[in-house]
Every structure is written in C-alpha cells, then in structure tokens.
Design a binder for this molecule. Structure first.
Ligand SMILES: [Zn+2]
Length: 184
C-alpha cells in the first residue's frame, strides 16, 4: 500500500524538489489520512515513516508532518481528491516571490495554464493561513505556490500529484530562463 510513497518520494528527490527533510505527502483512505512522518526524508521512506491521522481531528497528529493541518484542510474542503503532495521546487519558488501568478508558455500549458501564488500568508509550516486560503485555489488549479515557500498539488493519487509538480517546475524553469533571455 505504501509503495507509491517510496516511488514518488524518490522521484521528487531526484527531480531536485527537496532537501533531505523537506516535503511531505499524503493519501486519504476513508476517514484516515496517511501522511509522512515529521522529519522524514522523502528520498528514503520506509513503512515507519507513514503515519495514520484522523481526517476529522488532530488527535493523532503527534508524529505527523508539520504540514498535516494543510493536508487535512484540503481533504475536508475537496472530498473528491485522494492525495496531496508538498514540495520545494526551486524555479517555481523563485518566481513566486515577485509574481502573483505564473502564466506558463510551453506546450504543457494546455494542462497547467496558470499557477496561482498564495501571497498573503507569512511563511509558517502548517500555517492556519495557508490551510484556510489554499483549498479553494487547488479546487480549480490542482497545483499552486505559497510565496517564497513551495508548492502543493492535489490529485487522485501520489503519481498524479508528482506528475503535476514536476510538470509545473519544468514550466517554471522555462519561464525563468525566458525572462533571463529577454533581458539581453
Ligand atoms: Zn514546505
């Protein structure tokens, strides 16, 4: 059941989205959210690093990722989704400081035409501000950025979330280099 955690945690590590203890992933099964342990490394997860918490309250959150309140808020607001992934993609995060949204320019813009930036929340892991502001954005966009922090993606599965995050980062890398070339 946890093999997708191991596979896509490794994918995000190899794609350069993470440092050793950043990022978190979860899936929802009924009234349980399985989320990565706080301080775990997505590059080398084991079954012990996947923590079950409650969808309806924080009573079992003790060892769970510090971003668990954001994951829970997203699941509660969007009951149709099955997975949430948070990563720190460097090109997308760099653009998020100065852009209110990233308009993509490559052929994948058919799938992700706009990447919204949540810009009104001061940086804080698991912040109530992000937890309250993000679910609505992710309903329509599936992937979005927190200014100066990183990205969240939602989907049916961890595979779909990882696909969206890596596509988004690729798009942002192109926007980044295009902006550099335009300055010449
Ligand atoms: Zn983060």
């Amino acid at each position: 059941m946890f093999s997708d955690f191991f596979t896509y945690g490794r994918v995000l590590w190899e794609a350069g989205h993470l440092h050793v203890t950043s990022g978190n992933m979860s899936v929802k099964k009924g009234s349980v959210i399985y989320v990565t342990r706080t301080g775990s490394s997505l590059a080398m997860l084991t079954a012990r690093d996947i923590v079950p918490v409650n969808l309806d309250n924080d009573l079992r959150d003790k060892n769970a990722s510090s971003e668990t309140p954001v994951h829970r808020a997203i699941y509660r607001a969007l009951p149709g989704i099955g997975a949430v992934v948070h990563s720190h993609p460097p090109y997308a995060t760099a653009l998020s400081f100065d852009m209110d949204e990233v308009r993509t320019i490559d052929s994948d813009s058919l799938f992700i035409p706009v990447i919204p930036v949540l810009k009104d929340c001061p940086y804080a892991e698991g912040s109530a501000c992000v937890a309250s502001g993000f679910p609505r954005t992710l309903d329509s966009h599936k992937v979005a950025l927190v200014r100066g922090h990183g990205a969240f993606a939602v989907g049916d599965s961890l595979a779909q979330c990882a696909a969206r995050l890596t596509m988004m980062e690729n798009q942002c890398r192109l926007v980044f280099f295009r902006r550099l070339l335009e300055r010449r």
